[in-house]
Design a protein around this ligand. Structure first.
Ligand code: IMP
Ligand code: MG
Length: 179
């Protein structure tokens, strides 16, 4: 598995440091509130598990399954919500936790759906924001890293459902996804 990685972009230590810092910021900004943290499966699962443990507040957690990629490395632009949140969203302070903001097609569709449920506030925490060189339809409120436009795997990020279990984020070798 490690042989398929061109280079390590963010080590486990660097990730832990960034996630801790983000958790501290959310803890400060949501003081006195009980936020609902919504994990967008599956990519955000590792980030989510680490982030919620760095948020030193009462909070509720739930999971959404939304798909836009299929088995390829290109955004299809189509969003399917396979699992809606079970917790009541109306009147709550919601933080959507995503893995990567690439074209932001997935996120903008998701935010539209969630805003119809009338939360008191709706914010977005992403592990990685890709610098595409142009303005995206939506932006993240909280970000751990801003990366170049490369295909990344590890720490929850997959290629064809694999590599999610790498403890770091790496650039996948091109010959793995370009035949
Ligand atoms: P967007 O709609 O283009 O922002 O796509 C976002 C989703 O595509 C993310 O939630 C990821 O699941 C997936 N994705 C985008 N870029 C990458 C990448 O570099 N590696 C792995 N998954 C990615
Ligand atoms: Mg994915």
């Amino acid at each position: 598995m490690e042989h398929d990685i061109e280079k390590v972009l963010y080590s486990g230590e660097k990730i832990a440091e960034a996630v801790k810092k983000l958790g501290e910021q959310i803890t400060r900004e949501y003081k006195g509130k009980v936020p609902v943290l919504l994990c967008v499966l599956k990519g955000a699962s590792l980030f989510f598990a680490d982030l919620i443990r760095e948020i030193k507040l009462q909070c509720e957690v739930d999971f959404i399954i939304a798909k836009s990629y299929g088995m390829s490395s290109q955004t299809s632009g189509k969003l399917r919500i396979l699992k809606e949140p079970d917790v009541e969203i109306a009147g709550r302070d919601v933080i959507v936790v995503e893995d990567i903001l690439d074209t932001a097609v997935t996120l903008s569709a998701l935010l539209h759906t969630l805003s119809e449920k009338q939360p008191a506030s709706l914010k977005v925490a992403v592990f990685l924001d890709k610098n595409l060189g142009y303005k995206k339809p939506v932006n993240a409120d909280y970000t751990c890293f801003i990366s170049e436009n490369e295909f990344l795997v590890g720490y929850g990020l997959d290629y064809a459902e694999r590599y999610r279990n790498l403890p770091y984020v790496g650039v996948l070798k091109r010959d793995i996804y370009q035949n």
